[in-house]
Ligand binder design. Structure first.
Ligand SMILES: Cc1ncc(COP(=O)(O)O)c(C=O)c1O
Length: 342
């Protein structure tokens, strides 16, 4: 059987044998009654890691972000975010559908927005305007090529939010990567936002699930929205067990994914027809720009597929590759060779 090297996403990983064994043995109960001991253990663990009072296990990163938006806002409110953010681009217009809010996207640099930009768009108290309620940031930033949101900038945004009585939500689908790459304790990120949605099913390699953290009162409200969205799961401990295993066994190893991504970027930067700055590859996402007049992103991906390598066209002139649990040092050598050949 041909072994494909699948670099399209870190969401493609399959549970390892060890993870499956832990899932099979998980102690379970009805989580809608709050009686699944493994879900409770996961929630307590993640709340402690981020230094928050409480946590809620949810089905996906999208559900995590959206229960938070709903819990913070009323219809007609406004959420300030970066224009390349996941909540603005990839969640099906959910903020409008589920919360009746509008997003106010502002241009970030590789997804990073700063306090002065935000302050300039906060709405004054006037009946013409939507109410500015929430600032949503993303760390690491997906469309920003895995860019790390600097802690100082997050702290500045939090200070600004408090001055204007706004809340700050962090889409931390890949906050694990930012923490490993910078050596920042997860609790420090927890201190400068009101809530975080973290994913277990991306770099950490669990099959399903995300966790939202925040104050006890906030998590109680988010819990109600999880129910409204149909996200109350019963013996979900089988899934939560995978999440606990993923945090315990796959978190520290993210440094290997970062090293491999950097190596790939270094190699690609020496090749003609590809534009990439290896200094911008800070975590596990490698996005390169192509000359569309010569070969479109779709064509790059088709040609590499013939070489048993899968990558993702990423917009008009870019291609994305992601290192993850199933990508080895040898795979990086193979991919580099195929690129050189092409
Ligand atoms: C930054 C970010 N936030 C949220 C999500 C949504 O996660 P899910 O696919 O689990 O809904 C993703 C998915 O890739 C993501 O990259």
């Amino acid at each position: 059987m041909i072994q494909l090297i699948d670099l399209r996403s870190d969401t493609l990983t399959k549970p390892t044998e060890e993870m499956r064994a832990v899932m099979a043995r998980a102690e379970v109960g009805d989580d809608v009654f709050g009686e699944d001991p493994t879900v409770n253990r996961l929630q307590e663990k993640v709340a402690v890691l981020f230094g928050k009072e409480a946590a809620l296990f949810v089905a996906s990163g999208t559900m995590g972000n959206q229960v938070c938006l709903n819990a913070y806002t009323q219809p007609g409110d406004e959420v300030i975010c970066d224009y390349n953010s996941h909540i603005f681009n990839y969640e099906g217009g959910a903020p409008a559908v589920l919360s009746g809010v509008q997003l106010h996207p502002i241009p970030g640099k590789r997804g990073i927005i700063d306090a002065s930009q935000i302050e300039a768009v906060i709405r004054p108290a006037d009946h013409h305007y939507a109410h500015s309620k929430l600032i949503a940031i993303e760390n690491t930033h997906n469309r920003g090529g895995g860019a790390i949101f600097p802690l100082q900038k997050m702290q500045d945004i939090y200070k600004l939010a408090q001055k204007h009585r706004l809340k700050v939500h962090l889409d931390g689908a890949r906050i694990w990567h930012a923490a490993i790459a910078t050596g920042t304790p997860l609790s420090k990120y927890g201190k400068c936002v009101d809530s975080i949605s973290v994913c277990l099913s991306k770099g950490l390699g669990a099959p399903v699930g995300s966790v939202v953290v925040g104050s006890a009162d906030f998590i109680d409200r988010a819990h109600r929205y999880r129910k409204i969205y149909g996200g109350g799961m019963r013996q979900a401990g089988i899934l939560a067990a995978a999440g606990i295993y993923a945090i315990d066994h796959h978190y520290q190893r993210l440094a290997d994914d970062h090293r491999r991504a950097k190596q790939l970027a270094d190699e690609l930067s020496r090749l003609p027809g590809i534009e990439i700055d290896p200094a911008e590859v800070e975590t596990n996402l490698v996005i390169f720009k192509v000359d569309v007049a010569k070969r479109s992103p779709g064509n790059w991906c088709r040609l590499m597929k013939e070489e048993d390598i899968l990558m993702l066209p990423f917009g008009y002139d870019r291609v994305r590759m992601v290192t993850h649990l199933h990508i080895t040092d040898h795979d990086i050598d193979v991919v580099t060779d195929r690129f050189k050949k092409m």
